[in-house]
Write a protein that binds this ligand. Structure first.
Ligand SMILES: Cc1cc2nc3c(=O)[nH]c(=O)nc-3n(C[C@H](O)[C@H](O)[C@H](O)COP(=O)(O)OP(=O)(O)OC[C@H]3O[C@@H](n4cnc5c(N)ncnc54)[C@H](O)[C@@H]3O)c2cc1C
Length: 426
């Protein structure tokens, strides 16, 4: 398909589950549907290395791994994504000790622009792998991924509302001391709906399905949908509706296999922007976003979400080289979001914020380049694997720019300089 499209002068993009809020997937050229690529190709429970086809959905992968006594090290809050789609945008969960999904990738098989199938590993092509782990689909079509999985574990989740002041005062402690910690905050309220999760090996105690349906279907989705519709129709009611939603958040506990705890059901449509900032700025940034909404009296119906992740080394990972706090803001579908999202983005700019590649933002290659120390090395890999920009679309052009052949030279110069320095040292 790739060589055929190239011969016809068409661009190529791969689609996962289409769950990105940006136009990351879109093309007028050839769109490769990867949903048929869903087999487990190899698994070694001893080392935890598992190779799967890249279009497998995370929920299918979770079940396969459980049968092997294995699990993903961490996950985000839905599992509808295709593995390669989730990796391409650096999808993450929460947990200050854990990196995003792509930090667990040991190898990738990629169909490049020439139609060649290349195997990227830390041994065969270290820069290639660090670029491909988070690629925004700009290097080729990923067809298989080798993951470093972990032995299956149980999660004990404790949900409880806490006063916002206390949560912010203890933020670093809560993020650092717990395996997984996150919280939701509705503007115009002072309640943090916290989720604190511990990892263990105790037996799973699956929640009765009617109980889970009650909390997920009725409260988290139907109640939210109804209240959101009211708020969309009468913006002035939003502060009161938010207080109602925040006060409906009770205390709850869950103990089950990890893959059944991480993911929740999300049926209410919304728009989202999410930024990765150094963890040390989490409190100040969140307070500024809250102030922005309340000072401008913006009708923001959905809660802010605050999560944490460990630093990693994929060139385009928003958590590259720094322990990270992820701050996400949302707006219900059909409601104006751009002025709010732009306001939040301006705040995040002050913290050298890096946007989630799959969520809305307004950055360009010019504004992003200086925020990623590995930018030129990513571009050098891109120039090597896709010299003519076959895998480019409007989103890639805006956020990564055109293929930059000078990047290869600048990396070679840099490598030359460091070898010379090493030789001098020797
Ligand atoms: C309700 C909801 C909840 C979410 N929760 C989280 C969360 O908890 N944490 C988080 O970090 N994000 C979250 N996201 C964002 C989501 O994880 C990302 O946008 C993810 O990329 C979507 O995966 P997908 O399979 O739908 O990919 P798509 O949106 O289909 O594609 C994303 C990118 O991957 C590329 N791609 C897909 N398959 C391939 C392939 N085989 N080879 C090469 N490139 C490929 C596409 O071209 C595109 O650039 C959420 C999104 C929604 C809608």
């Amino acid at each position: 398909m790739v060589t055929d499209a190239a011969a016809r002068g068409l661009k190529v993009r791969a689609a996962g589950s289409g769950h990105s809020f940006t136009d990351a997937v879109c093309t007028d050229g050839v769109l490769v549907d990867t949903s048929g690529l869903r087999r487990v190709l190899a698994a070694d429970p001893g080392s935890g290395l598992v190779t799967v086809e890249a279009g497998i959905k995370l929920h299918e992968l979770g079940k396969h791994l459980a049968r092997l006594g294995l699990a993903l090290e961490n996950q985000g809050d839905i599992d509808a994504q295709a593995l390669a789609g989730a990796l391409a945008t650096a999808t993450h969960g929460t947990g200050a000790r854990f990196g995003n999904l792509s930090s667990r990738v040991a190898g990738m098989r990629v169909v490049t622009a020439s139609g060649e199938v290349v195997e990227l590993t830390a041994d065969t092509d270290p820069d290639g792998l660090r670029a491909a782990r988070v690629s925004v689909g700009a290097l080729g079509v990923v067809t298989a991924v080798t993951l470093r999985t972990v032995p299956q574990y149980t999660l004990h989740r404790h949900d409880r509302p806490l006063p916002l002041g206390e949560t912010l005062a203890r933020l670093d402690e809560l993020a650092g001391a717990n395996d997984h910690f996150e919280f939701f905050l509705w503007p115009y309220t002072r309640t943090a709906a916290t989720k604190t999760t511990r990892r263990g090996q105790e037996p799973a105690r699956p929640q009765a399905s009617w109980k889970r349906r009650l909390s997920e279907d009725l409260i988290e989705n139907r109640l939210l949908e109804t209240i959101s519709r009211v708020g969309r129709a009468r913006n002035s009611l939003v502060p009161r509706l938010n207080r109602l939603l925040a006060s409906s958040m009770g205390e709850g506990r869950l103990q089950d296999h990890a893959y059944r705890v991480y993911a929740t059901k999300r049926t209410v449509r919304f728009n989202e922007l999410e930024y990765a900032i150094p963890r040390v700025h989490a409190r100040e940034a969140l307070e500024r976003v809250l102030d922005l909404v309340e000072r401008r009296k913006l009708p923001i119906l959905f809660p802010f979400e605050t999560r944490f992740a460990a630093a990693d080394d994929a060139f385009l990972s928003p958590a590259y080289g720094r322990d990270t706090c992820y701050l996400a803001v949302h707006q219900y579908t059909g409601m104006e979001f751009e002025s709010f999202f732009r306001g939040v983005e301006t705040i995040m700019d002050d913290y050298d914020g890096r946007p989630h590649w799959g969520k809305r933002h307004y950055q360009t290659a010019a504004t992003l380049r200086g925020r990623y120390p590995g930018w030129d090395r990513f571009q050098a890999v891109r120039a090597r694997l896709d010299p003519h920009g076959l895998f480019t679309n409007d989103y890639v052009l805006r956020t990564l720019g055109p293929v930059d052949h000078t990047a290869v030279q600048s990396i070679m110069d840099e490598q030359g300089r460091s070898s010379a320095l090493e030789a001098d040292d020797a």
